[in-house]
Design a protein around this ligand. Structure first.
Ligand SMILES: [Zn+2]
Length: 261
């Protein structure tokens, strides 16, 4: 049986990233406390790790290594997910707590939130794509756990650590990330089915012609408002548009609408 977390399985696509479920072993409570959790928040982090090669796979290796060590060699540091431009590694089930917020065992960050770490290594191909993948996963989790945008939080909210540092430094506050996630979430709620698809089957698919024409109408409207290029409608008509393209377009459209205000 394939292990699923929040309806996701290894090989699924979120944004442009491939999901890998690789759960760490139990035994070290400073890494995997095995305390049950009903997720009420999503907490966004940047790893703070600029080292070469410090991508999602490297963080997966790191947390597996930590989980295998005795408590005297570790401290309370863990997280649920590591995200880069290509991969989303899930290391701890989302119905268990982790130590990622610095607010103690009883703090809402550690005890009620899913911790997403966005990679920021110096030799990264595209930080922006890593962040888009994080937004796509945030939207998936908002849908899956029925969370509102106000429950998407920066690490900074829980313990005033300056994290996610790249997002805070670029945007000044966390509000834009939350708004981008919320905008994508709203469009998704209003008609599009869940964008998780298997591997290469990431081309948009529709179970009814009504939903297909609704999405096409939306794209035509975006073109009409000058928000996206007409070539996207052509691509849609050729049956070449992927879920990642569509999610990306929504983010672009919402950014343009936001800056136009
Ligand atoms: Zn953090």
């Amino acid at each position: 049986m394939t292990y699923a977390v929040a309806g996701l399985k290894t090989g699924d696509k979120i944004g442009k990233a491939t999901v890998v479920i690789d759960i760490i072993k139990k035994g070290n409570p400073e890494i995997r406390p095995c305390t049950s959790m009903k997720p009420q928040y999503v907490t966004i982090h940047n790893t703070g790790n600029r080292g070469k090669g410090a991508n999602a796979k490297a963080h997966n290796n790191l947390i597996h290594s930590l989980a295998g060590k005795p408590v005297r060699e570790t401290s309370h540091v863990s997280w649920h997910v590591a995200i880069d431009e290509e991969y989303i590694y899930i290391h701890i089930p989302f119905n268990e707590t982790a130590w990622h917020c610095g607010d103690g065992a009883k703090g809402s960050g550690n005890s009620k939130s899913i911790g997403l770490e966005i990679c920021m290594h110096s030799d990264q191909k595209s930080y922006d794509q890593a962040e888009e993948n994080a937004i796509a996963l945030t939207v998936h989790l908002m849908r899956y756990y029925n969370l509102s945008a106000k429950n998407v939080r920066p690490h900074q909210d829980w313990s005033s650590k300056y994290c996610p540092e790249l997002i805070l430094r670029r945007d000044g506050t966390f509000a834009k990330y939350r708004a981008r996630a919320n905008a994508a979430h709203q469009i998704g709620v209003s008609g599009k089915k869940n964008s998780v698809e298997k591997g290469d089957a990431n081309i948009m698919q529709f179970s009814s012609s009504a939903t297909k024409s609704a999405v096409r109408d939306e794209l035509v409207q975006f073109v009409g408002k000058g928000l996206i290029d007409k070539s996207w409608v052509d691509k849609f008509d050729r049956g070449e548009m992927t879920n990642g393209d569509y999610d990306g377009l929504k983010v672009i459209v919402n950014q343009r609408l936001a800056t136009a205000k």
